[in-house]
Design a protein around this ligand. Structure first.
Ligand code: ADP
Ligand code: MN
Length: 176
């Protein structure tokens, strides 16, 4: 089943390499649509949905099963914007739209440096963006017609992306 007809409002996944603007975009979109913003990184920390800390990657080892169990009921209700730099472990049926944000390398490099990323963490993320890892992951995990790649280099891009996505949410109708 591609879409769960029980929900009256859509679920959107906002994904992309760290620094591409997922949280900024999701926050603004939640405001303009009244959908609920779920930041998976924060949820994992708050509810301890992880298996400890990865010293090499400098991040929590997310427990994907715990995250999916935690979200099942709320996703079934619909009306959620899920914000995470991964997308292959969520059930396909959860999402009506999968947005992949993309940022030009030099712009992303500056954003991640400002965030304090250095060494392997910095290069891994830049390579992730160069090789379009998240776009490929999204295309492999969801029907291609619901995957939408959007450029996120400038504030104008954010404004335009929010307008596009807000329109889409307004026009969305549950499949009967
Ligand atoms: P993510 O959640 O994908 O890691 P954030 O939304 O936290 O990314 O954005 C990272 C930083 O880059 C923030 O300081 C944000 O203001 C900035 N930023 C993100 N997207 C854009 C954009 N399209 N134009 C300008 N600045 C942006
Ligand atoms: Mn974020």
């Amino acid at each position: 089943m591609v879409q769960d007809s029980k929900r009256s409002r859509p679920n959107i996944l906002v994904t992309g390499t760290p620094g591409t603007g997922k949280t900024t975009t999701s926050t603004a979109l939640a405001e303009s649509t009244q959908l609920r913003h779920i930041n998976i990184g924060e949820l994992v920390r708050e509810k301890n949905l992880h298996d400890g800390w990865d010293d090499e990657l400098e991040c929590h080892v997310i427990n994907e099963d715990l995250v999916c169990d935690e979200l099942e009921d709320i996703m079934e209700q619909g009306g959620n914007i899920v914000d995470y730099h991964g997308c292959d472990f969520f059930p396909e049926r959860w999402f009506d739209r999968v947005v992949v944000l993309q940022t030009e390398n030099s712009v992303l490099y500056d954003r991640l440096t400002k965030r304090g990323y250095t060494g392997a963490k910095l290069t891994n993320n830049i390579e992730c963006e160069i090789f379009q890892v998240l776009l490929e992951e999204a295309k492999e995990s969801y029907p291609e017609d619901i995957v939408l790649a959007l450029k996120s280099d400038t504030i104008e891009d954010i404004t335009r992306n929010i307008a596009i996505l807000t329109d889409w949410v307004r026009n969305w109708q549950p499949r009967s």
